[in-house]
Design a protein around this ligand. Sequence first.
Ligand SMILES: Nc1ncnc2c1ncn2[C@@H]1O[C@H](COP(=O)(O)OP(=O)(O)OP(=O)(O)O)[C@@H](O)[C@H]1O
Ligand SMILES: [Mg+2]
Length: 455
Amino acid sequence: MRNLTIRTKMTMWYSFMLLILLSIFSFLVYAMMSKMMYSGEENLIKAHAAQAVSSVEVENGSVKFTEPHELVISGTYITVYDKRGQIIFGGDGIYPDIDIKKPSEEKLRVIKTKDNTWMIYDRPVHEENGLVAWVRASRSLMPVGKTMENLRDILFLTIPLFLIIASGGGMFLASRALAPIDRITKTARAIGHGDLSRRLNMPNVQDEVGRLAMTFDEMLDRLEKSFKKERQFTSDASHELRTPIAVIRAIAEETLTGERNGDEYREALEIILKEAAKMGKMVSQLLLLTRGDEGRYRLEMEKIDLKIVVEDVAGEMQSMAEQYGIDLCIDAGKSVVVKGDQTLLTRLFMNLIENAVKYNKRGGWVKVTLDEVKNFARIIVEDSGIGIPEEDLPHVFDRFYRVDRSRSTDGTGLGLSIVNWIVKIHSGKIDIMSHPDKGTRFIVYLPLNSSRDGS
Ligand SMILES: Nc1ncnc2c1ncn2[C@@H]1O[C@H](COP(=O)(O)OP(=O)(O)OP(=O)(O)O)[C@@H](O)[C@H]1O
Ligand SMILES: [Mg+2]
């Protein structure tokens, strides 16, 4: 049963049900017909017997009977007995192969002979002074039996015929209804061989299979997109990692070609160290992002005062700002408490402030403002830097996206995608505004810690 196709199983169930229904129906038809025909015969024999009784006459003590003409042609045989049981009219010769007793009580019987079945009805004839005679009416039930036999034959013939037609029709309909599933299977198989661009593209039918096909196509859309993203990500990552590796290799090879003095070795090692640090940073950023993608990052949510975090980060960035000749200032009044992961929030401000310092002009400024707006903590990081061209704004959160590679030589383009992920994972929102040559403003909204117990 398990190896059968749905089509065959459906047809088999359907035919089985039909067989049961047809059998019940046939049985009922047969039983009802038989009852109707027998009771028709019963009524007829009783009416004929009554007619015969009314034709019995007693004259001077002797019984006389003239069979009514209608009875002769209606197939009812009449035998009349006098009260002592002597036959006056007709005879028992109509059913020669059985011996049947003379009438003695009013009775309706059905008697089977070797080649026929008889319905026999005995009726007494009474006059004023009691019983005078007996009338026996007999009808052959052969015609009824024949009709019932015919009906049985018809039913036995039609049941298999109906079953064959219905199963054929059922099989055809099931095949038609299930044909799209075969298509889905074929497409799924093609996809199994790596062709993610295939779609079922079935006409927009709102039945079960139509909905399945639509869901399947939607799933493929998502799969294809995420596969493409994944592939792009891997290729970008390897590409980005290739550059520092190439630099390290070239420097090492060149340094090893001849005799070098101590300073030259030192210089080469410093470059190698810088490139290795860059690779290290990139790898740890990639790891963080992939962990986030896979949902493997274990968030440690706790009550966090953003004022402290922002001040700590700004303190750490101060020396870098000085190095770039930037004035970094903070405008944070009272404590703003959110629920978040300390490490990630620190990373978030670090990345934003680092960008604001890096992509600034000498003598420029960076301002970090912290306040509350409705149920959100709002952090604004703005700078007087080089800005981002409008056409690049939608892409700055993409992985490995750098506006102009010449402006960030040591950047990997992952900083803002990490910022974006951190904001999302904290159910927050980030906006960006920028004017080339004037500066950029990032606004981050994080939901305030709403639970009173602070847990
Ligand atoms: N405050 C800003 N002012 C001007 N341009 C910016 C600013 N912040 C980001 N950008 C631009 O957006 C790009 C993407 O920034 P992102 O922080 O993602 O990468 P990155 O700084 O190049 O590298 P990473 O942060 O990984 O070291 C940068 O290359 C830079 O061109
Ligand atoms: Mg950055």
